[in-house]
Design a protein around this ligand. Sequence first.
Ligand code: ATP
Ligand code: MG
Length: 437
Amino acid sequence: MIRKVKGTRDVLPPESRLWAEVENTAHRVFDGFGYDEIRMPVMEPTELYVRSVGEDTDIVAKEMYTFADRKGRSLTLRPEGTAGVARSYIENGLGQRPQPLRLSYFGPMFRYEKMQRGRYRQFAQIGIELLGAATPAADVEVLLVLHTFLAELGFDDLVIVLNNLGDPEDRPVFIEQLKSELEPRRVELCSDCQRRWDANPLRILDCKVARCRELVADTTPVADVANPEARAHVEAVEAGLNDLGIPVRRAPRLVRGLDYYLRTVFEVVSPELGEDTVICGGGRYDRLIADLGGSQVPGIGFAIGEDRLVEVLPEVFRQEVFDRPLIAVLPIGPDAAAPGLSLSRRLALAGLAAPAEVTGRSLKAGLKWAGKIGARAVAILGESEIAEGTVIVRDLENSEQKTVRLDDVAEYTRRLLARSVEASTGSESNDGHERVG
Ligand code: ATP
Ligand code: MG
């Protein structure tokens, strides 16, 4: 038996329906705010990530799937989406389009990590990028889109945490300050942080080792060292979010694991997964496109980890997805096969889920099958129904049945299934929407 690659997953039905519905919701919300999808390659030249994410980050230093292709070029399976968006922006001259440019992306990312709950080697991200706007309003918009999307999924317990990294010019001052404060306890830092000390000291704040976290807990927050403009920027973002009723919490030591961020950085955490298992990360990256050889184009965006998001989806959302009503089509007898499929098509095009029995089961066996796949009703097509242009629709919950004209069957079934959904959920409304934060 051949087994899947370690760290990859099969998302099976019906679980896969949750993923599809999460993605549909994301498209609906993102499209509503004017974000159009960009579809990028899953492999890029390795250099792209080295130059953008940064050589001394965990991602580039130890997590990339990098390989030489048959001509010896170094390629990397994308570990994140923003670098690819920046590359595409430059390569396709997207700066020529009306700015700001709003983009969304969906798809698999790859990181060679230690497997554990919520941490996979192939995982999916859902992200947006807002390019060409440097104002605080742009940051507020991106966080508003995030908040709206999560609220549409029915979340009411997620927390958005935010910090101010300042500008790259502030970094040496901050690093000097950080090092002087940590110097007396330097030997207590983990071996990774010993290496970071010279290579990329900011990353010490991002270390997951408990002792390192304790040691950095009392250091001066990076925001305190930020220049006045950067401070005013992030304070304006917070004020804008406050005006919109979006709660965010300052996280003074949040730095995020990618080098290109400046000023606003943020994360979304869930009480269920804990602060170590972040659902979404994002921030501003005003120098990234210039650093990759493009012009000065500011940007801000976020990436949601879809695997982690699906794991903590609110019960209301799960139920709505799993309770999708089904009507099974039962053609009885060899001459009923084609009319049965035709009926399936008619119902499917009317927006109903109507799988047909195609293995030649008898009526009795067909009813049993319909019960097993969770059908609420069956549409029975026998010789006389076909001759008369009718269908027998049977409600499996109360065994009531009615002969319906083919032209009316979709409408009749829709009403019948809607009644059965109402009966099973108690009502058609649910309020779990609107509160995130
Ligand atoms: P972490 O601190 O958990 O390693 P990260 O800072 O490396 O996360 P980002 O690069 O910001 O993560 O990616 C954005 C989101 O993608 C994360 O918040 C998380 O939800 C998801 N993610 C990152 N790595 C993985 C992974 N290996 N498996 C599943 N989801 C992941
Ligand atoms: Mg990581």
